[in-house]
Design a protein. Structure first.
Length: 85
């Protein structure tokens, strides 16, 4: 087991080539540079809130104005036990 770890003692420090190092650094900086501005974030948030509010109001107004009819009632499968209409 000790012989297996003796190989690790032969590892030496290697410097990266300058070209490779500068490319890595530029990619890291480009990732950090891609950000959304505050104005864009606020406008997207406001538009999303408006869409949600409109959807909720439409759904609530439809549920209050229409009578919900079950499938049995729509197909007239419910017996009418009313003698006097």
């Amino acid at each position: 087991m000790e012989n297996d770890f003796d190989i690790l003692k032969n590892i030496k420090l290697v410097n990266a080539p300058d070209f490779l190092f500068t490319r890595i650094i530029s990619k890291i900086e480009n990732r950090l540079a891609i950000k959304i501005s505050k104005g864009a974030a606020i406008s997207w948030s406001v538009s999303l809130v408006i869409v949600v509010i409109v959807n909720v109001t439409v759904l609530l107004s439809q549920s209050q104005t229409t009578k919900q009819e079950t499938m049995i009632e729509s197909m007239n499968l419910l017996p009418d036990n009313n003698l006097y209409e």
